[in-house]
Design a binder for this molecule. Structure first.
Ligand code: ADP
Length: 215
């Protein structure tokens, strides 16, 4: 998994002052900002770099710095919108539709996942099976060693999916709206889905943590 560099910063007093100066006087050169603050241009360089990288200021050669007009909330949501499914997806755990309920329980334990994606002999996605589906299967009085998992799964086309180029936000929204834990990342071929990845609540939490850790 790779994370995208995101800058979420809290401005210090001097940076706030610079921002105010540029807001009121921009476009303005680094030299002029330094003059107004009675500091040298060199002292200001790191602050100007941070303000520019974070998106508060923009700079044009021979014109100087100007205020982009973006609030920190706007900048944060711009950062989140850069998150794509492909940058955070994890490995999907897949099981064949004819596997027994018992086998499904074992795979779920061994691979430490909460959702299995169910495929047929052609590797097409046919359903998903969650912890609750397996609990239901275990409580139903059916023989878990012989009843195939496809009996208990949620079937395609009732499965929510996403694509690798989707915004991670789109996947997160589906997880919340449909009250599910996980979504398969798929490619569509001849009207069928092939599973290539997995987005789960853990994925979304990881993306949330990376917003701060990459600071
Ligand atoms: P848990 O069983 O741990 O509560 P979920 O909330 O993900 O896990 O599952 C609840 C129900 O939603 C289950 O019946 C499951 O088959 C179904 N489900 C899980 N993921 C999806 C999905 N991506 N699309 C449609 N249904 C799903």
């Amino acid at each position: 998994m790779s994370t995208i560099g995101v800058i979420v910063i809290e401005l210090n007093k001097r940076q706030e002052k610079i921002l105010q100066i540029v807001k009121n006087n921009g476009p303005i050169t680094g030299e002029k900002i330094a003059e107004k603050l009675n500091l040298t241009r060199a002292t200001l360089r790191p602050d100007l770099a941070i303000l520019t990288m974070a998106g508060y200021l923009d700079a044009r050669p021979r014109v100087g710095y100007f205020y982009t007009g973006k609030s920190s909330t706007q900048l944060l949501s711009e950062s989140i919108k850069k998150f794509r499914v492909k940058d955070f997806q994890s490995v999907p755990i897949v099981i064949h539709e004819d596997s027994s309920t018992y086998e499904a329980i074992c795979v779920m334990f061994l691979d430490d996942v909460g959702t299995l994606f169910v495929t047929n002999k052609d590797n097409h996605l046919v359903g998903v099976c969650s912890r609750k589906d397996l609990l239901r299967a275990s409580m139903g009085g059916q023989e878990i060693h012989t009843t195939p998992i496809h009996v208990y799964m949620t079937r395609v086309p009732n499965v929510s999916v996403c694509y690798k180029d989707d915004l991670l936000f789109y996947a997160a929204k589906q997880i919340i709206d449909k009250q599910i834990d996980s979504i398969p990342v798929v490619v569509e071929k001849d009207g069928h889905y092939e599973v290539t990845g997995r987005i789960s609540k853990t994925t979304i939490t990881r993306a949330f943590v990376s917003l701060i850790e990459d600071e």
